[in-house]
Each structure stands twice: as structure tokens, then as C-alpha cells.
Design a protein around this ligand. Structure first.
Ligand code: MLT
Length: 234
């Protein structure tokens, strides 16, 4: 039977052999929520980059530049890291180079996986169905915050474990912990997350409406995949 495991922080990636697994990278607040939103709204592709200057340099190749450090838009970049910025008809068909504090680092650390896909509450059911149909075991990689575990990515991992419980067996205790946490939180995730570190950080930056949006399930039915260094819809 296929198995599902959860890597609660990219700093724990050395514990997992990803070569035969589908990796689902998740950064609910807000990188992967943004990526899913951008691709749903017609962005042609997203090149996730761990390094800020490498991202900036992509402009010379015709990319728009996007992302944040510590939640704030990078100076000189075209866009920040709010999903609402990508609901923009003018961006249809554009390619974006994207770098974030944690989300794009988690993607970089997942290289070598059999497949890398992007998960968010916004595409939860689409990711669930995709994983059900596939033959491979799954690793959910939580972007966390600078190596420290966070609540919102763990809740998403738990939602996937819960949705897949009849089809995919949990590998260890991290998926069980995430699943139990999700079941405690699922009726009001905004309230459950209100004391979490990144929610407090975003509130301090006056970024309020992104939080509720990013924990809303099933707004989109797409599953972005990393192919040759670009996130695209296949
Ligand atoms: C990240 O990658 O760390 C986040 O997406 C930060 C943010 O909320 O902008």
C-alpha cells in the first residue's frame, strides 16, 4: 500500500528519501497559496528560486519578479506575496520568477523527488484526488518558518492525511499528529490559527485578508507541477 509521511520542517529533509515519492510542498501563508492562485488566474509559469538575487536577475530573461522576505515585498520586485495581487487579467500569459522566505526554499530542498506538486487549502480536493489516482507514496513538505515548525502547514498536511485515510497509510507519527490537529481545527481554522506566529507577523504588517483566504478550501481545481524548474499546469 502507498504511504504518506509529513516532513514538518525543511530542516528535517535529510530524514526522508524522496526519490520514489511524490512531494507535496505546502506554504499556506502564503507562498503556495499564491502560486496556486497565480496559475489559476492565467500566469503561464512560475520559476521558484531560493536565492533573491538569482530571482532579480531573471528579469533580463523576460520574467516578472515576485516574492518577499519576512512577509514584505522585496524592493524593486514587480509583485509581493499576496494571492490577491495575482487576480489580475494583465498578468495572463506572463512568466514569473518567485522567491520567498520559506516556500521556495522548501521547493529547492525537495529536488530529487520523483515528482513535486504544489498544495494549498485552495486546491486541497484537487491534490487529494491527484494523490489517490497515483501509484507513488507521498511526502508532504511543510515550508515552516526558518526551520521552525508552524501550525498552518501542519494543518494542511493533516487535512491531506484525513482525506486520504482510506487509500494511503500513514508512515510514522507526524502524519497522525497533523491529522489529529487538523480535526481539532477544521471547523474554524482562522480562530485556531489566531495565536500562531505567522498570523501574528502578518497582522503586524497589516496583512489581514490573506489569512482567511489562504485557509479557504477548494477554490481551485488545479495541481501545479514542477517541470524543468518551472511550476506549470499539465
Ligand atoms: C514564506 O515563503 O515564508 C511565506 O510565504 C511568507 C509570507 O507570508 O509572505
Amino acid at each position: 500500500m502507498k504511504t504518506i509521511d509529513v516532513c514538518l520542517s525543511p530542516d528535517l529533509m535529510h530524514l526522508y528519501d524522496v526519490r520514489s515519492r511524490v512531494v507535496v510542498v505546502v506554504d499556506i501563508l502564503r507562498a503556495t497559496s499564491c502560486m496556486v492562485t497565480a496559475l489559476e488566474h492565467g500566469i503561464r509559469s512560475i520559476r521558484p528560486l531560493a536565492d533573491l538575487e538569482e530571482c532579480r536577475a531573471m528579469r533580463s530573461q523576460g520574467y516578472l519578479t515576485a516574492g518577499e522576505r519576512n512577509g514584505e515585498k522585496v524592493e524593486g520586485f514587480d509583485f509581493g506575496n499576496s494571492p490577491f495581487e495575482y487576480m489580475n487579467e494583465k498578468l495572463v500569459g506572463e512568466r514569473i520568477a518567485f522567491t520567498t522566505t520559506n516556500g521556495t526554499q522548501a521547493i529547492a530542498k525537495s529536488h530529487g523527488a520523483k515528482e513535486i506538486i504544489i498544495g494549498a487549502f485552495l486546491n486541497l480536493s484537487a491534490v487529494t484526488e491527484y494523490l489517490k489516482k497515483g501509484n507513488d507514496s507521498v511526502l508532504v513538505v511543510c515550508a515552516a518558518w526558518k526551520g521552525k515548525v508552524n501550525l498552518e502547514d501542519t494543518l494542511f498536511a493533516g487535512a491531506l492525511v484525513e482525506n486520504l485515510k482510506d487509500d494511503i497509510e500513514p508512515d510514522c507519527d507526524a502524519p497522525l499528529a497533523a491529522q489529529r490537529l487538523y480535526n481539532l481545527a477544521k471547523n474554524d481554522m482562522v480562530d485556531f490559527l489566531k495565536d500562531s506566529s505567522h498570523v501574528k507577523r502578518l497582522n503586524r504588517l497589516n496583512i489581514h485578508k490573506d489569512i482567511a483566504f489562504c485557509v479557504t478550501p477548494d477554490q481551485y481545481s488545479i495541481v501545479p507541477k514542477l517541470i524543468s524548474g518551472e511550476l506549470i499546469l499539465t
